[in-house]
Design a binder for this molecule. Structure first.
Ligand SMILES: *Cc1c(COP(=O)(O)O)cnc(C)c1O
Length: 372
């Protein structure tokens, strides 16, 4: 018998990838960083590849090496690399790496030299996010260094890429400005003699709403897990994760009973309280105190009082709830349960954070659908 679990429907991931795949003629990179946005990196990656993803995208070198250790052979790009990492291990494992500065490029070149083969390199242009990437002013120096390292046989420039600021607000003018900078960077790249085969810019939102940004490759993340990057639009996606737990105990308490730490909630009348064994150690945000929605006994209830480390309490009135009943925090919504979008709205965050932070050593992921 189980206590708490994160169920992940791999067929939903397959359907979502197939839907995205059908909407573009570009190659598709399934982004599986952050342990597959909390869904489990390896099962998510395998399901995405089953459904036609061509590439896998991750943040760190370790994530990329873990994909290789699991035997996945699809092209992999890792894009967030602090200095001094054993990048040659990535090169030897056929992992593509990103560079945005001359210093990073030198590390990629040294890794290629050590591995005895050119490092497959994706040069990143900052088109406006002001996070990673070379500014357009620094781009010529990066191109020059890249052309030289390529001539030396230690790197191969296979990609030029960037990332959007505002693609989640379709029609935002920043997106057009970023696209223009990207085109400019590509023209400069051409003029430097480099011919990157993979030009890529689109995240989920741009994959779904801006075909003019698809270039050779799109990089959806959140959408493959069935969540929409654009508020108020579903795009026919099916959420893959359901977070739920079984009630530990119920009890009757009188009116005006203070509930949980700090007594920030008081019962209005005599009622039944139900204790659900999930808390902030499991990824339930403490900010969900008195606002997080949970389906129990056929009704969506709001968490009563503070979210504790290990548990939450629900005020169930006179409804016949009992120990062992299943309380669902979020899921696809198909059975009346709240969604990750409802949770995001309740605590003023984004659905990405709700699913990515959910799960812990004591909340097993259980896979539904065809499991690889
Ligand atoms: C996380 C990430 C993505 C995927 O973004 P979504 O909004 O989840 O589709 C794509 N590209 C980069 C560089 C990322 O960091």
């Amino acid at each position: 018998m189980w206590q708490a679990e994160a169920r992940v429907d791999l067929d939903a991931i397959r359907e979502n990838v197939a839907r995205l795949r059908a909407g573009t003629s570009a190659e598709l990179m399934a982004v599986v960083k952050g342990d597959g946005y909390g869904h489990g990196m390896l099962p998510a990656a395998t399901a995405a590849l089953d459904a036609g993803a061509d590439w896998l995208g991750v943040c760190t070198l370790d994530e990329a090496l873990n994909l290789r250790r699991a035997g996945l052979t699809a092209p992999v790009l890792a894009w967030l690399l602090a200095p001094g990492l054993p990048l040659h291990e990535g090169v030897a494992a056929d992992v593509d790496l990103a560079a945005a500065t001359v210093g990073q490029l030198a590390e990629l070149a040294a890794a290629g030299e050590r591995a005895g083969r050119a490092t497959r390199t994706h040069l990143k242009i900052d088109t406006g996010l002001s996070r990673g990437g070379a500014t357009i002013d620094d781009w010529p120096d990066l191109l020059e260094a890249a052309a030289k390292a390529q001539a030396d046989g230690v790197i191969e420039v296979v990609g030029v890429w960037s990332h959007f600021v505002h693609a989640d607000s379709p029609g935002h003018p920043t997106t057009d400005r970023q696209l223009a900078v990207f085109h400019e960077a590509l023209a400069m790249t051409e003029r430097s003699g480099l011919r990157p085969r993979h030009r890529h810019l689109a995240n989920s939102a741009a994959t779904l709403t801006r075909p003019d940004t698809h270039f050779d490759l799109v990089r959806p993340g959140i959408a493959i897990y069935g969540l929409s990057p654009v508020a108020g639009e579903r795009f026919g996606l099916r959420p893959a994760m359901t977070a739920r737990a079984r009630v530990v105990l119920t009890k009757r308490v009188p009116a005006d009973t203070g509930v949980s730490y700090g007594h920030t909630y008081r019962t209005e009348r005599e009622t039944t309280l139900a204790v659900v064994p999930l808390g902030y150690a499991d990824g339930v945000p403490r900010h969900a105190s008195n606002v997080g929605p949970v389906l129990l006994g056929g009704r969506v209830r709001t968490i009563a009082g503070r979210v504790c480390m290990d548990q939450i309490v629900l005020d169930c009135g006179d409804d016949p709830v009992a120990a062992g009943d299943v309380a669902t925090l979020f899921g696809s919504g198909a059975d009346g349960e709240p969604t990750a979008d409802d949770w995001a709205a309740a605590i003023d965050t984004i659905n990405y954070e709700i699913v990515t932070r959910f799960g812990s050593a004591r909340v097993p992921r259980v896979y539904d659908g065809q499991v690889p």
